[in-house]
Ligand binder design. Sequence first.
Ligand code: SAM
Length: 252
Amino acid sequence: MTKRAWDGRTYDRIGTPQAAWGRDVLDRYPLVGNETVLDAGCGSGRVTELLLDRLPHGHVLAIDGSSSMIDAARERLGTRPNVAFAVQDLLELDLDGRTVDGILSTATFHWVLDHPRLFQRLRGVLRDGGRLVAQCGGQGNIARVLAAVDEVVVEPAYAPAFTGWQYPCRFAAAAETEQLLLAAGFSEARCWLTPAPVNPPEPATFLGSVILGANLERLPAEQHDAFVSAVLARLPEPFEADYVRLNIDAIA
Ligand SMILES: C[S@@+](CC[C@H](N)C(=O)[O-])C[C@H]1O[C@@H](n2cnc3c(N)ncnc32)[C@H](O)[C@@H]1O
């Protein structure tokens, strides 16, 4: 299951960079408009909404491991007729024997550490010839921010909470991901990295709710603001999140 808790409402407000990347990913997806597409890790549904707009005669299955995210997605999209929601771990993905025509996934796969199993599960629900179009954090993603985090977590105030702990993300390289997709049964796979630096308007809220959420879970609430400030203080102003995206286009 997802390695951290999410606050769907805050993410919905703050996840603007992810929504913009999602639009770019959708632009790569050649949809006719009547397909059934799985949004794997739909979050609060901002990208799902854009996907629905491109499927006037199709359906979307919006799946996420976080019930808070699915609640937020239902709030956003619950009145749309052609979307169904489910809380499910992508590593246990099971559509009761059904298959989909396509899979979209944005800003999610790096939170799932077992990529071989993830890609096997996705291949298992994708019809032969169906397309996976995805983007997630890739090799080198937020390296500068994580270097600052490494310095803060060893400070005496925080060290006991982080002994033996690692940031729970897999930022994979393009070539290894292509290999894993082919090994999982995809017939074609093309992956590539793109730098995508972001200057969020609310740096502390963005750090706390997106990048450092997994860190803050390990700390009492009264330390959260100080931890975020300590990370921000180690980074140049204005704050820039040095994102690197891993793009995935694959055919089942
Ligand atoms: C940063 S959000 C991205 C949401 C949305 N796709 C977007 O682009 O805004 C990452 C999402 O991945 C989900 N997630 C992480 N690991 C998961 C897993 N193993 N199974 C299902 N969902 C998972 C989280 O719950 C979260 O909603």
